[in-house]
Design a binder for this molecule. Structure first.
Ligand SMILES: *Cc1c(COP(=O)(O)O)cnc(C)c1O
Length: 405
């Protein structure tokens, strides 16, 4: 709460809004005074099954009564099970569990470097990344993301990342040299403004990696686990990476991430080369397995695709109706972006005034990231709120024009 921010004991690294929630149910969040918000932020693409999903609640409650944590000194049967299921559903042969997206990326970066070291090429440690990327807030992942505002004041940038402009094929080719270990990319940039990499470019990246004997790494932390309408966004295109980082939606709200790799790409990661205390603990594995139970149910991803299509149609109508506010609709599945003609945070605030939660992104975009369990009625409700929020912005624009005249 902003009124209390000066007395807050929290490190003030977040620009929090004056709003808190007490409980959630499906796509709804409730404040302590009982006000209801439609949650199209979903904890930034985390609450993939909404709030208080009965299957997730049951799985965590049952696990909480049995065993929380044991350490990776021991075999964790539910971790074996979740890894097996992820392997069976993807390109991967092997999985490392983490607590967050940034840690999944750290594992991906280390795996790529170690692969070349195991092949006798320790000098191949550099990764090519893309402008507008976001890979996390650890020292290595801010270097990978390359955004000045996240790097400034934190000492020397971690070595080994070469950033090229988004969509610049020549710069990309020029950036690959004898020290390059691989290419790291989000199939759809999330924080960067819901910018999808065209399918032919993903195919081109695969070919380029094969040609140079380097590794293709996908950051599917935001796009993964059904968000794109497929289990993973790259599966739409049929291009497979060698390594992939996952988090956000995979735990449905429980802190969980994973780094997936082929046997070949993971071959340097032998016993003792990497570790984690919490990663893959029984509570997290119960959450992860419960999320997969639902997302892998026949028809679930078809439902996401249907809701995506409906949202895109309705958003296109909103764009036609509010041309002074909405410039463009972007995205895949239920990772949708509205590029605004106003200031994007003004639309986020106007939506919040209409009790619809959304998230800002780069490129003046507002992200709509609803839980994957929304239905037609929820879409209709959300569009009513968007319509009214746009009207608020238009009214403010008209008032400003009047004031200027
Ligand atoms: C959120 C995000 C991360 C970082 O995940 P954390 O859990 O915040 O560490 C990395 N990559 C992408 C694409 C993300 O959206």
């Amino acid at each position: 709460m902003t009124g209390e921010s000066r007395t807050s004991a929290l490190l003030p690294t977040f620009a929090r809004v004056d709003l808190s929630f007490e409980r959630g149910e499906g796509p709804w969040l409730f404040t302590p005074s009982g006000e209801r918000y439609l949650d199209f932020a979903a904890g930034i693409a985390v609450n993939s099954l909404g709030h208080s999903h009965p299957h997730l609640v049951k799985a965590l409650q049952e696990q909480a009564a049995k065993l929380w944590h044991v350490s990776n000194l021991y075999t964790i049967p539910d971790g074996e099970k979740l890894a097996r299921r992820l392997v069976e559903a993807t390109f991967a042969d092997t999985v490392f569990f983490t607590n967050s997206g940034a840690e999944a990326l750290e594992c991906a970066i280390k795996t790529a470097r170690k692969y070349h070291a195991a092949n006798g090429h320790p000098e191949r440690y550099r990764l090519v990344t893309f402008e507008g990327a976001f890979h996390g807030r650890t020292l290595a992942t801010i270097a990978a993301g390359g955004q000045k505002k996240y790097l400034e004041g934190f000492g020397p940038k971690v070595e080994g990342f070469d950033q090229v402009p988004f969509g610049d094929h020549e710069a990309l080719k020029a950036a690959i040299g004898p020290e390059t270990a691989g290419i790291l990319i989000e199939p759809v940039q999330g924080e960067g403004g819901v910018r999808a990499v065209p399918p032919q470019c993903l195919r081109g990246l695969r070919e380029l990696c094969d040609e140079h004997g380097i590794l293709l790494i996908f950051d599917e932390v935001q796009t993964g686990v059904g968000r794109s309408g497929k289990l993973f966004a790259h599966q739409r295109v049929g291009v497979t990476p060698d390594i992939m980082a996952v988090a956000k939606g995979i735990g449905g709200g429980f802190p969980l991430g994973a780094c997936l790799a082929t046997f070949e790409a993971g071959k340097g990661m032998t016993a003792g080369t990497h570790g984690t205390t919490y990663g893959g603990n029984p509570l997290a594995m119960a959450a992860g397995n419960a999320v997969l139970d639902v997302v892998l149910e026949p028809g679930f991803l078809d439902h996401v695709e249907r809701m995506s299509l409906l949202m895109k149609q309705r958003l296109a109508e909103m764009k036609d109706k509010h041309p002074a506010v909405i410039a463009e609709i972007r995205g895949e599945g239920l990772l949708l972006g509205i590029r605004t003609k106003c200031v994007n945070t003004d639309l986020v605030a106007a939506l919040r005034a209409e009790k619809l939660l959304s998230v800002g992104a780069g490129d003046n975009v507002v992200r709509l990231l609803p839980p994957l369990i929304i239905d037609e009625a929820i879409v209709a409700d959300a569009m009513g709120r968007l319509d009214r929020a746009c009207a608020r912005i238009e009214a403010a624009q008209a008032a400003a024009a009047e004031g200027a005249a």
